[in-house]
Design a protein around this ligand. Structure first.
Ligand SMILES: [Zn+2]
Length: 73
């Protein structure tokens, strides 16, 4: 893979520096990271729309007093 296809920094479009790929500098990298964080911040994290919250199902307690295994002598 000697062909280095570098379309340019995703932030400013300058030639990408291998050290800071895929950006041209650490600064642009941080800008990109900030964008990501900003995006995630926009999403309301308090939105609990989980259908899997139904975790309080009454489950059988194994063999109860009327279990199949009785200690009958
Ligand atoms: Zn850049």
């Amino acid at each position: 893979m000697s062909k280095a296809v570098s379309p340019g920094c995703a932030i400013c479009g300058r030639p990408v520096v291998a050290e800071h790929r895929p950006f041209c500098s650490a600064r642009c990298r941080r800008v990109d990271l900030g964008r990501w964080l900003g995006e995630s911040y926009r999403i309301p994290a308090a939105e609990t729309d989980d259908p899997d919250e139904d975790d309080e199902l009454p489950r059988p307690d194994g063999p109860g007093p009327d279990g199949p295994e009785r200690d009958e002598r």
